[in-house]
Design a protein around this ligand. Structure first.
Ligand code: DGL
Length: 253
């Protein structure tokens, strides 16, 4: 059995854990929600790197075999340095899914919803410039989305109004494919899809991250469960603030 550390600024990384559990249902998972410092979106890369260092150190002290930075903002700010500091540890980060979106669009316009930190990071800008080609990319910060998820306001008129304010500019620009570039946003997918209608496709990069984790475990010869009885779930949640949100969301993933 592998021990996997998974971190996010809050509960968004549970959307990644959900996909990991489909592939590794019976491994040992240590989840850390840094919700006392959430959101990361507008914080400096230096601050985020400091938080990642501390959280990763905690995972390794508990025997983690691999670490998933289940946060696009923290991946952009810190993963390169974390890999330099712990060269033997497999780190899996969140990749902005511009490539599949650009390949799949029929309208020639894709939208990207992410935090301000992700949208200005060179990791995102390089990916966009490499894969967008002739496709037009329209970007928006999902203003207030992280707070909605942390407050467990996943539906209702107020949530729809907040989500619509960031989504509508993408739809008006003709986007038929929208990348969810923050791990909190998949929890708002029912609202996003309702507002956008069935012809718009949303891409959640979590399944690709989960597949990458399995590939990395295999490449490092780290034994893992593979298909097994899901009732064997072994998940420990810790947080720097209150733990209610992560526990409630864990019960629905
Ligand atoms: N879930 C995060 C991400 O994927 C961070 C959101 C935030 O804390 O601003 O970017």
């Amino acid at each position: 059995m592998a021990t996997i550390g998974i971190m996010d600024s809050g509960s968004g990384g549970l959307s990644v854990l959900r996909e990991i559990l489909r592939l590794l249902p019976a491994d040992r998972f240590l989840y850390f929600s840094d919700n006392a410092n959430c959101p990361y979106g507008e914080k400096s890369a230096e601050f985020i790197l400091g938080r990642c260092r501390e959280i990763v150190g905690g995972f390794l002290a508990q025997g983690a075999d691999a670490i998933v930075i289940a946060c696009n903002t923290a991946t952009a700010a810190a993963i390169a340095e974390l890999r330099r500091e712990w060269p033997d540890v497999p780190f899996i980060g969140m990749e902005p899914a511009v490539k599949p979106a650009a390949l799949g669009t029929r309208s020639g316009v894709i939208g990207v919803l992410a935090t301000a930190g992700t949208l200005k990071a060179s990791k995102y800008l390089d990916t966009r410039d490499t894969y967008a080609g002739d496709v037009k990319v329209v970007e928006r910060v999902g203003r207030g989305f992280v707070e909605l998820v942390e407050n467990l306001q996943l539906e209702g008129p107020e949530t729809e109004a907040v989500v619509a304010a960031s989504l509508e500019p993408l739809l008006r620009a003709g986007a038929d494919t929208v990348v969810l570039g923050c791990t909190h946003y998949p929890f708002l997918l029912p609202v996003l899809q309702k507002l956008a209608g069935p012809s718009v496709r949303f891409i959640d990069p979590a399944p690709a991250a989960a597949r990458q984790l399995v590939r990395m475990l295999d490449a490092h010869n780290i034994a893992h469960s593979g298909p097994a009885d899901p009732s064997l779930r072994d998940i420990t949640i810790k947080s720097s603030g209150q733990s209610e949100t992560a526990r409630r969301l864990l019960s629905v993933i």
